[in-house]
Design a protein around this ligand. Structure first.
Ligand code: GDD
Ligand code: MN
Length: 407
């Protein structure tokens, strides 16, 4: 058995570091008097907080200081920390958060590079925590931080998930939402309640607290895409959680502007379908597929217009229809499916050309597979469908990997 000191001495023997050491330190004889006082392992480490507040940020520089001030006030009696998860904001939100964190151990910041997405950011913040309880809350002060101690109290008393709701008695939206968003939010809420059979009044809330284990257990099953993390959690784990709702008033944004637009409703529909299929198909693939279906409609419209109205011959009509439909698919996917990697300027042109190419190769594969299956005496529609699916999967793979690749 080696003693601790022997291990230390033998560790330092024969390393390149000896060559640069002060000659007085270079002798191999171990001298206890020169030993640096070592901190007791763990002595400097603070034990994990009880509560981690995860705050996703994208360009929230002007809200960070005020949010930290308010959290510090309201959580005075609690062992807490905040984790800002910033997607490399152009306004340098992460720099500010880290500079506050340099002197205040309550503040941490994860800077994510080349990625975007609210749900993904929240999940990453949650999984970075060792605290037994985590909360998710926006940076823009629309969520009422003074609710946090009460939420924590509910968890301590046995709740697994506490949702801050805008829609229970006493909760409200005030000026917090534009008309269209509000309508979309209400529709989506009703739909979610019906589909999931849940009583939760605000399944779209961005403000909630949960036992961390409940997320850790289900982390792999979460879609992680889009904006609706709570929905995702409810779909995935809802049945097994003891849920409490508390009401609050959704305030107006303090500074900056909302990063979410009416398109979040589309994301939301995608998430819902993905979950209906058991989460096997990614939300993005479903959107890509839906755009493809809309492309068929465009194709048929252009075909009939070119053939019946412009009296082009069939081949030219069909050719125009193919070109317009491909262009349509590209533009809509650029606006919707891949809007977090949207192409503009020359990359848009390059992407479009690449998309034409991918579609051409995809359709060769499509015809090949369909004919092959048809040769086994399959019905024509089945062979055709199989071909179409293979072609779409190919287009999707090329699109995700080569055209709209995220940096
Ligand atoms: N890291 C990261 N990445 N953060 C993001 C991103 C992103 O791509 N997009 C938005 N955020 C951050 C914002 O900086 C903000 O702190 C928070 O997420 C919410 O974004 P807002 O842009 O303020 O959303 P909102 O106010 O329109 O919507 C809120 O209310 C909805 C209610 O239906 C959010 O709380 C939604 O989650 C909530 O569903
Ligand atoms: Mn907001």
């Amino acid at each position: 058995m080696q003693t601790d000191d022997e291990i230390r001495a033998s560790d330092s023997r024969g390393t390149a570091a000896e060559d640069v050491l002060d000659p007085a330190l270079r002798d191999t004889e171990f001298n206890p008097s020169r030993r640096q006082p070592e901190p007791q392992p763990g002595a400097l480490r603070r034990k994990a907080a009880e509560l981690t507040v995860v705050v996703p940020t994208y360009s929230e520089h002007d809200n960070v200081t005020e949010l930290v001030r308010r959290l510090t006030n309201v959580l005075a009696g609690v062992d807490w920390e905040v984790v800002f998860v910033d997607d490399d904001s152009p306004d340098g939100t992460y720099k500010l958060a880290k500079s506050i964190g340099a002197t205040d151990p309550h503040i941490r910041c994860i800077r994510r590079v080349g990625r975007r997405g609210l749900s993904g950011a929240c999940i990453e913040g949650i999984l970075s925590s060792s605290a037994p309880v985590v909360a998710v809350m926006d940076a823009d002060l629309q969520h009422d931080e003074s609710l946090l101690p009460q939420m924590l109290q509910e968890i301590r008393q046995g709740a697994d998930l506490v949702i801050a709701s805008r829609y229970t008695a006493g909760g409200s939206v005030e000026q917090g939402f534009s008309g269209i968003r509000r309508w979309g939010s209400e529709m989506a809420t009703r739909m979610a309640q019906t589909l999931m059979g849940t009583q939760v009044s605000d399944p779209m809330s961005g403000f909630f607290m949960i036992r961390r284990e409940a997320i850790e257990d289900h982390a792999k099953a979460l879609a992680g895409e889009g904006y609706k993390l709570l929905m995702d959690i409810l779909w995935t784990a809802g049945k097994s959680l003891k849920i409490v709702e508390l009401s609050y008033r959704f305030r107006e944004r303090r500074s900056g502007e909302s990063k979410l637009d009416a398109l979040v409703t589309v994301d939301y529909l995608g998430l819902m379908f993905s979950k209906l299929f058991g989460g096997v198909l990614p939300v993005r693939f479903l959107m890509f597929g839906a755009v493809g279906v809309s492309g068929i409609a465009v194709h048929l419209l252009v075909l009939s217009f070119a053939h019946s109205t412009l009296h082009l011959n069939f081949a030219w009509s069909q050719f125009s229809a193919v070109m317009v439909a491909m262009t349509w698919n590209f533009v809509i996917n650029n606006q919707l499916t891949y809007r977090d990697a949207r192409l503009t300027g020359w990359p848009f042109v390059g992407g479009l050309l690449m998309f034409y190419l991918a579609c051409s190769i995809g359709s060769v594969g499509n015809v090949g597979v369909a004919s092959w299956i048809y040769s086994f005496h399959a019905t024509a529609w089945l062979a055709g469908l199989a071909g179409a699916i293979i072609g779409s999967v190919f287009n999707y793979a090329i699109s995700s990997a080569l055209i709209w690749k995220r940096k």
